[in-house]
Design a protein around this ligand. Sequence first.
Ligand SMILES: NC(=O)c1ccc[n+]([C@@H]2O[C@H](COP(=O)([O-])OP(=O)(O)OC[C@H]3O[C@@H](n4cnc5c(N)ncnc54)[C@H](OP(=O)(O)O)[C@@H]3O)[C@@H](O)[C@H]2O)c1
Length: 330
Amino acid sequence: MNRQILLASRPEGEPTAATFRIADAPLPVPVDGEVLVRNLYLSIDPYMRSRLATAKSYAKHVEIGDVMVGQTVGEVVESRAAGFAPGDRVLTSLGWQLYGAAPAAALRKVDDRRVPLTYYLGALGMPGMTAWFGLREIGQPKPGETVVVSAASGAVGSVVGQIAKSMGCRVVGIAGGPEKCAYARDTLGFDACVDHRAGRLHEDLAAACPDGVDVDFENVGGAVLDTVLRLMNPFSRVVLCGLVSDYNAVDPYGLKNLRMVLVQRIRLQGMIVLDWADRYGEATAGLAALYAAGGLKYRETIAAGLETAPQALIDVLRGRNFGKQLVRLA
Ligand SMILES: NC(=O)c1ccc[n+]([C@@H]2O[C@H](COP(=O)([O-])OP(=O)(O)OC[C@H]3O[C@@H](n4cnc5c(N)ncnc54)[C@H](OP(=O)(O)O)[C@@H]3O)[C@@H](O)[C@H]2O)c1
């Protein structure tokens, strides 16, 4: 039997247990050209919150009664497609379920002999691609410049900061709580990290950025972005990657310091990683080289069992994860 998590209702504000329901289903049977995959790990990502709502977005929402979307890494159990054999490890978009059948074109074989399998959902996966292209293509930091990154200990933020360090920048993280900040400084090698929950973000960030901010890699939005804007230099860049502090908000935060974009001639650009899909190979090679050289540290929070996926998503949106959030399915 297969087991799935379906969307049961659209949440107003924070998702709850009533947002999802568990269902058993027959094991899918692959047709010609398809592969049956047993999912081993499910990625939990902030973007999933927007798939629960019907607001205009770059990707379609999940319909009520459909399997919740998400990427997994899994193992091929049966193949009716050339190039795939039982035992192969694959990256999929099969969503919140234990098994799924997919056409070969929707799968990517991954090699877990030198890199842990789960990294293909994180540092070497979609979050890593986001960090690589967002920072390099939109942020365009130069050696010696100050790069600020929010949600600094998370899947995207931790990689952003380490790429920026490898490019010779001063890196200042923003994270929730002393433990995450200590990790950003001591393990990830950031020059400084300030705690946005400590209640004095502007003072602490100003002290950590004596030469102002040249690149803001923005993962959080809201009051965090508003505070960073006050410290930005002329002709600086904001990579608008995410607004996680607003994802559950019924009444999203209204920026007070937009004037800084005008007076400092800031270039603020939204980024969606899918726009670089044809260049993922380039980022994978660059990140794998950084990892092999010891310059890419990475941390995961792993929940156990498909049934924990809804709570894992709720936790990510509350900042309770520490590093990339995953669910172990097998
Ligand atoms: N544009 C794209 O293509 C793309 C692709 C991937 C991810 N993203 C975005 O990148 C951001 C980070 O994603 P991720 O996967 O790396 O997640 P993550 O950082 O591993 O986890 C989310 C983190 O957001 C922070 N957070 C949550 N609620 C917050 C709040 N109310 N105020 C401040 N911080 C809050 C928490 O960190 P702290 O406890 O440290 O605050 C939490 O741990 C998200 O905004 C996501 O949507 C965008």
